[in-house]
Design a protein around this ligand. Sequence first.
Ligand code: FPP
Length: 253
Amino acid sequence: MSTDAAIAQPLEAPAGLKIPRHLAVIMDGNGRWAQARGKQRTEGHVEGVKALRRMVDLAIRYGVQHLTVFSFSSENWRRPRDEVNFIFGLLHRFVASDLATLIRNNVRVRIIGGREGLDSALIRLIDDVQAKTAANTGMELIVAFNYGGKGELVEATRRIAKAVAAGQIAPEDITEATIESALYTDGVPDPDIIVRTSGEQRVSNFLLWQGAYSELIFVDENWPDFSEGTFLKVLETYTSRNRRFGGIETRSS
Ligand code: FPP
């Protein structure tokens, strides 16, 4: 999908293929993709944005309702300053170049993560893209930026503790729903699938609470190589899994 792209056309998924309501992706391997080609790591991130556009387009066409992508973790601050700045610049460029297409495709954008360490221009950009797409009724694109699952739970705990201290809620009234509504993903169904590219098999502090029952699917391609073929393989793997959520065998989930 690019600025001049036509509206993504919904298509009929191949018969028998289960489509996740919420697909979450750890877009890993940009640096390795670049290094394997003798390029700078930053070039890998540029290709990563192209793969992200393809992913958004695929998710819309196949009828995924929520797509969450991990684009900068709270641990990524440990990278060289130049690379961090480059990824921040990519978020600006992604929004600038793709906002019109996202709006044309009726996509709602939510950017989740901590706001500390982000400059005021970036915070304005985040607020702006969220406001401009808030009324859209199509797919929700959730960009995890400066995100960490543990940090999200710390923030949620603080929010609930404040409500307890203010006498708005009693400790014994805290339920899973209380915690869910204090997370950045309030109102979003838990991810059915968490995909990670590049062959690494870790969750890396992504959606720790929300991913409790997600199907983990690891693919060997680096993120810039993620194609429609890879996407279909992910859907086939998901379709073949038997989700029990702690219960007993059922094929109807
Ligand atoms: C992981 O690859 C990727 C990242 C840390 C950045 C992900 C960013 C994008 C895909 C671009 C889209 C970004 C925005 C802001 C819309 P890596 O660098 O960890 O790769 P490596 O493990 O091979 O070094």
